[in-house]
Design a protein around this ligand. Structure first.
Ligand SMILES: Cc1cc2nc3c(=O)[nH]c(=O)nc-3n(C[C@H](O)[C@H](O)[C@H](O)COP(=O)(O)OP(=O)(O)OC[C@H]3O[C@@H](n4cnc5c(N)ncnc54)[C@H](O)[C@@H]3O)c2cc1C
Length: 401
């Protein structure tokens, strides 16, 4: 396995690091205290700078204006951008649009690509992904109540979704709904594109998450679909193939999420170390002289490095043997890196004392918002059970001495 970084990527990563330091981190004090919509004009200026630097949409297809980087290349980009919560948005590779772009590219019709994919890659519009329901377990997504009933040339959608991230201000949602209730469980649902201005698409509220409702891109909506009628041409991929498509969306996407989390770890780690050497804790003594803080720093360094290598290994597996063969590795990194991130942020916050609880550093924001990493894209426990099952299968009937 060779994880060396090409010269091209070293140049790109250097440019991104500099941009994040100079242009994005200085925006964060405003970002954590103001509405995102208020900040958008400044953020759009930064996006234009990224376009001029020709670093826009690093992971998206070149045919639509992206850079077309490979999985591993974009993993490194995602790590660099993850140092600021604004990174992915400003470079045009933010979730959930990134996943929607992937599936529109793979399964969209030519008309859907022109209408939705192209402006999405260009950053002219935003989208959301509307699968999880209020009353059904997101961990078992075959249990959906939302229906899309065929009526002439249309589907009529009814259901109650929540956690449709970034629906506020989005142009369209990709909605998962039951179209074939008589089919086997995994072939009952379909993905349907629903423009958010369709009558019956009702954004009820941005859900308060850890006390913050957020707004615009940084929000998670509850949506009521009430007799929401869209033409059948809005079906994405074959009818009943919603879960097949959802799997495409999740595999490689997890690499990028995990590398974004490594970027967050790096940022929290930097803040922790800088605070430890700067804070005087007793006359002539810095916090960094305390063994317990030194242990946190050493353990965090080891945890981050181990997590990072696990993600790069999983990316290598996907590229060399395929996503299907790499399922165990993908599940392992999903819960492992989320846990490491949570612990590193927590240690960094602790080292900052009362300051860590304020919005004067980015740590409190990260602490609030990144806790969800252990829940979305498969809760920790779901991945652990799945990995354990896979491992134990190999021990069935095996004699071990
Ligand atoms: C910040 C955030 C953003 C999100 N964005 C989106 C989005 O854009 N679009 C979207 O559709 N959804 C989104 N989600 C929803 C997310 O995918 C679900 O929350 C997730 O799938 C878990 O589903 P649930 O909340 O219904 O929990 P449940 O399925 O009710 O599970 C609750 C808990 O039960 C345990 N559990 C569940 N299954 C098992 C099992 N098999 N074995 C052992 N324990 C188990 C786990 O501890 C789990 O946390 C988002 C969620 C969050 C928090």
């Amino acid at each position: 396995m060779d994880f060396s970084v090409s010269e091209k990527m070293q140049t790109i990563l250097g440019m991104i690091d500099e941009f994040v330091d100079k242009e994005l981190i200085p925006l964060e004090p405003e970002f954590v205290t103001r509405s995102f919509a208020d900040l958008l004009p400044v953020v759009e200026e930064k996006r234009n700078m990224v376009r001029q630097m020709e670093l826009w949409a690093p992971n998206h297809p070149q045919a639509y204006g992206g850079m077309g980087l490979s999985l591993t290349e974009h993993a490194l980009v995602s790590e660099a951008l993850g140092r600021s919560p604004l990174g992915h948005f400003v470079f045009g590779c933010q979730a959930p649009d990134a996943g929607n772009i992937e599936i529109l590219d793979l399964f969209g019709t030519d008309a859907q690509k022109e209408k939705y994919l192209r402006p999405l890659v260009e950053g002219k519009i935003r989208s959301c992904f509307s699968m999880t329901e209020v009353d059904m377990p997101g961990s078992n997504p075959v249990m959906l109540e939302t229906t899309a009933v065929a009526d002439g040339d249309d589907y009529v959608i009814n259901g109650q979704k929540w956690y449709s991230s970034s629906a506020d201000g989005a142009e369209f949602a990709i909605v998962m709904a039951v179209t074939n209730p008589e089919a086997p469980a995994y072939l009952q649902s379909s993905m349907i594109i629903v423009p958010t201005n369709t009558p019956g698409f009702n954004l009820v509220r941005n859900i308060p998450v850890m006390g913050h409702s957020g707004d615009d891109y940084f929000s998670h909506a509850e949506i009521l679909y009430q007799s929401c009628r869209v033409p059948k041409e809005n079906l994405l991929g074959p009818e009943g193939h919603g879960f097949v498509i959802a799997q495409e969306r999740l595999g490689p996407g997890r690499i990028h999420h995990c590398m974004r989390w490594i970027g967050i770890c790096n940022r929290a780690f930097d803040l922790m170390c800088a605070r430890a050497v700067a804070r005087t804790i007793a006359p002539g003594k810095k916090l960094s002289t305390k063994q317990i803080v030194q242990a946190w720093i050493a353990e965090s360094a080891a945890d981050i490095q181990a997590a990072r290598l696990m993600v790069l290994h999983a990316a290598w597996m996907i590229e060399n043997v395929g996503a299907k063969e790499a399922r165990k590795e993908i599940s392992l990194i999903k819960f492992q890196v989320a846990g490491v991130m949570q612990q590193v942020i927590d240690r960094a916050l602790q080292v900052h004392g009362g300051l860590g609880m304020t919005d004067d550093t980015i740590l409190a924001f990260l602490y609030r918002h990144e806790r969800a990493a252990r829940i979305y894209d498969g809760a920790d426990e779901v991945h652990k059970v799945s990995v354990a099952r896979r491992i134990l299968r190999d021990y069935e009937g095996k004699v071990v001495r």
